[in-house]
Design a protein around this ligand. Structure first.
Ligand code: SF4
Length: 392
């Protein structure tokens, strides 16, 4: 399946999606945010189109953005038709939200004519029947029995009902999503769907919350599924700047080996009672500086020379900090010792220089196995040497 130039499903790499938080009719703000999301690594961006002025804006937005756009349609089939007419690359549609089946059929026909895929989703929030009172009572009773399993069962039933509409229209260009705020339900639902259907899967945790907790919620659910080979495209969603969603989705895929790392990887020790500098501040400063480097150099910031070298093994560039001084290593070789005030600049300089050598083909990145010979321990303020420690 193709969403513009981006392939989803099959052997295609897992793609990253996000959604704008602007009013789509605010063309400049929306274009600006789509560019920010694309720069952060989003492959596909979704926009809400609740009103005609939003679909009208699409015509102006689409030519100005570098990634395919998905129109998020809820209750109004006209918005879907207008979005298709404007040239969007995909539609998100839940047939349950559109009253008239004929209208759903019209959207499907229009998508087929233009080769536009449709995401069909079931969300925990809107899953229990609202219109049919009897059906609602049955579903409510099911949920009282065993909430988790019955909810997944209802989601599966609803999904089958929706998919029948697409099958009856002989339309197979479908991506499925089944979101919940509960990671355990997300894992169960997508696992069940992957066992029953061959459609590509759009993974997400709905209403995951602020970044701090939403990140854990999302990565628990999506990471578990992806590690089991389930999922073709992902959206991490936060009640926050959507750029953060993309950054975290990218890191999740990097960690799972599902997307090649293109930017530096920062390793840092958690600090302990042996620390003699403000390492946490240094780590944050290094993180910001490294954002300018576009080579996947592995950089380590370690709090001491005692355990640091062992724990930083595999880093291309590393600093081991001690009282007032830091020792910088480049691919296992001791390079220089710098004063605390110079640590940030020196580590950055060495990282930039190393990245440039990688880009010129003079040296290769190593995916591990950089053995760092520990330097002599830096003396403590009182002149004593710290004792080696063994950590588990
Ligand atoms: S032993 Fe050294 S490297 Fe490890 S956490 Fe403590 S200060 Fe950091």
């Amino acid at each position: 399946m193709k969403v513009g130039p981006v392939a989803i499903g099959g052997d295609a790499p897992v793609s990253i999606q996000s959604m704008t938080s602007t009013y789509t009719y605010d063309i400049d703000a929306t274009v600006k945010q789509i560019h920010e999301l694309a720069t952060a690594g989003a492959d596909i961006v979704r926009v809400a189109v609740p009103e005609p002025k939003d679909t009208e804006a699409l015509k102006h937005i689409l030519p100005q953005v570098p990634v395919p756009i998905v129109a998020d349609v809820h209750f109004h089939f006209q918005r879907a038709m207008e979005s298709i007419e404007a040239g969007v690359h995909k539609i998100r549609l839940n047939p349950g939200n559109i009253q008239d089946r004929k209208q759903v059929d019209r959207v499907i026909r229009a998508c087929r004519e233009r080769g536009i895929p449709i995401r069909v989703g079931v969300n925990e929030g809107g899953i229990v029947e609202r219109k049919d009172k009897d059906k609602r009572a049955v579903e409510k009773a099911r949920l009282e029995e065993n909430y988790e399993d019955q909810l997944v069962g209802i989601m599966m039933d609803k999904l089958a009902e929706y998919l029948r509409i697409f099958e009856e229209n002989d339309f197979g260009d479908v991506v499925i999503s089944a979101k919940s705020i509960d990671p355990r339900i997300v894992i169960k639902a997508y696992t069940a769907i992957s066992e029953r259907y061959d459609y590509p899967l759009h993974l997400g945790v709905t209403h995951a919350g602020p970044k701090e907790t939403g990140c854990i919620r999302s990565v628990v659910a999506l990471g578990t599924l992806l590690a089991n080979g389930i999922g073709d495209t992902v959206r991490i969603s936060y009640a926050s700047d959507p750029v953060l969603e993309v950054i975290d989705a990218k890191e999740m895929l990097n960690c799972l080996g599902l997307r090649p790392r293109v930017e530096p990887e920062l390793i840092a020790c958690p600090t302990c009672g042996r620390i003699e500098i403000d390492l946490i501040k240094l780590v944050q400063e290094v993180r910001h500086r490294l954002a300018t480097i576009k080579t996947p150099v592995k950089v380590a910031v370690m709090g001491c020379v005692v355990n640091g070298p062992g724990e930083a093994e595999g880093a291309d560039v590393a600093i081991f900090a001690g009282k007032g001084k830091g020792i910088i290593y480049v691919q296992g070789e001791q390079k220089r010792t710098v004063a605390e005030s110079e640590m940030l600049d020196a580590l950055y300089e060495e990282s930039v220089a190393f990245a440039a050598r990688v880009e010129r083909g003079e040296v290769q990145l190593r995916t591990g196995g950089v053995t760092i010979k520990p330097p002599d321990p830096l003396p403590r303020a009182d002149g004593s040497l710290p004792l080696p420690v063994v950590t588990g």
